[in-house]
Design a protein around this ligand. Structure first.
Ligand code: MG
Length: 384
């Protein structure tokens, strides 16, 4: 925890509170309590078996949504401490930011979104909020985790203006084009730093991208030259890791220095001054933005669209679509608790309500659970 929070950092004194009032915790801050509730949630445990890029059974060494979230928390907390922001809040947002992800990474999210097109769509970011606001059933007095406004604000990174209207106070900033807290801004960029760098590392490990290909990228090539100049006989594995860690360091350093300069010139006095800024104060320099764009393009072309990743994506698409259709067609195939939720939601919202419960069920699945459900429902030789 920071010793001296900046005046414009989120803190218990300027918090917009929780949806359901609760007595303050005795020995923790409100944001520590948020983080603790996230860590104890079922959705958090399931992150362990959800794909980041590689499906869980493809190998034990690849990042999962869980290890990704821990890396985001690490990067965000380190920077938070330098900027005197609220480290507890940053950690809570980082650990919760991917709770709404479907199985099978982006392929799963795209598939579920297509299935939900006629029923209001599916967006993992909104789903993360739905998990912490409604879907977790753990507490006697409320559904969801009843997190503070600031944690919820950080989880909801983007939102269409139409959706924003339904979200009340939390959606307002998307309509009035305001910014979230610096803690939310920071965690968002830390997410980007984490996945850009670990996807390169996983891509190399998987053999889908080569060292030669990585060297086509300026940011990688720059650090690579330094590393091979300093160390003559490193193995390829150690070389890559040494380069990637230096890349992360250069991105983090750039982010800290640029953001500190932005904060200095904007001179915010309160968290509301932060929210009224025309653009986020936590951002990279233009130069680093250009490097990052190149890195993202490289990963899209070389990794995310690699034929082996695409093969898995088409399988994911088929599994999600098949599960969605069969459950929407016959809700009694759902586990009993979801079956009764369908009946409740259908009364209020008709078929869209029914589809939403099916989407919640599918989105909550881990990769292996989704594959198991698919097998149980479509493989004639599977009897249970
Ligand atoms: Mg993420």
């Amino acid at each position: 925890m920071n010793t001296a929070l900046a005046l414009y950092a989120a803190n218990v004194g300027n918090s917009r509170g929780r949806r359901y009032q609760e007595a303050p915790p005795n020995y923790r801050t409100e944001y520590q309590r948020d983080r603790d509730r996230i860590v104890h949630s079922a959705a958090f445990r399931r992150l362990e078996y959800k794909t980041q890029v590689f499906v869980n059974h493809e190998g034990d060494m690849f990042r999962t949504r869980l290890t990704h979230s821990v890396e985001v928390a690490q990067i965000a907390r380190s920077i938070s401490r330098i900027l005197n922001l609220n480290e507890d809040l940053v950690e809570a947002i980082a650990l919760a930011h991917d709770l709404g992800h479907t199985p099978f990474g982006h392929a799963g999210q795209d598939a579920l979104n297509r299935c939900m097109k006629a029923y209001g769509g599916f967006e993992h970011n909104l789903q993360s909020l739905r998990v912490v606001d409604e879907l977790e059933e753990r507490y006697a007095e409320f559904s969801g985790l009843n997190l503070t406004y600031e944690s919820r604000e950080g989880i909801l990174k983007h939102c269409s203006p139409l959706r924003a209207k339904e979200l009340g106070e939390l959606g307002e900033r998307f309509i009035s084009k305001q910014q979230p807290s610096l803690e939310a801004q920071l965690t968002n960029v830390a997410d980007e730093i984490a996945y850009n760098n670990h996807d390169m590392d996983d891509g190399m490990r998987s053999g889908l991208i080569t060292l030669e290909q990585l060297c086509e990228m300026s940011l990688f090539a720059e650090q690579y030259e330094i590393v091979i100049g300093l160390y003559k006989n490193l193995t390829e594995r150690r070389t890559i890791h040494e380069v990637v860690r230096r890349m992360i360091n250069s991105q983090v350093t750039d982010l800290i220095e640029t953001s500190l300069a932005n904060i200095k010139s904007a001179a915010p006095a309160t968290i509301d001054d932060i929210r009224l800024q025309p653009q986020p104060l936590i951002r990279f320099s233009e130069e680093m933005n250009a490097y990052n764009l190149e890195l993202k393009r490289f990963l899209r072309k070389g990794l995310y669209q690699h034929y082996r990743v695409r093969r898995m994506s088409t399988k994911a698409d088929r599994i999600i679509k098949s599960l969605f259709e069969i459950f929407l067609d016959d809700q009694h195939l759902l586990p009993p608790e979801y079956d009764s939720k369908v009946s409740q939601m259908e009364q209020v919202e008709g078929v869209a309500g029914k589809a939403r419960v099916v989407a919640d069920y599918i989105a909550g699945m881990t990769d292996r659970y989704a594959i198991g459900e698919f097998e149980r429902l479509f493989n004639p030789s599977q009897l249970t």
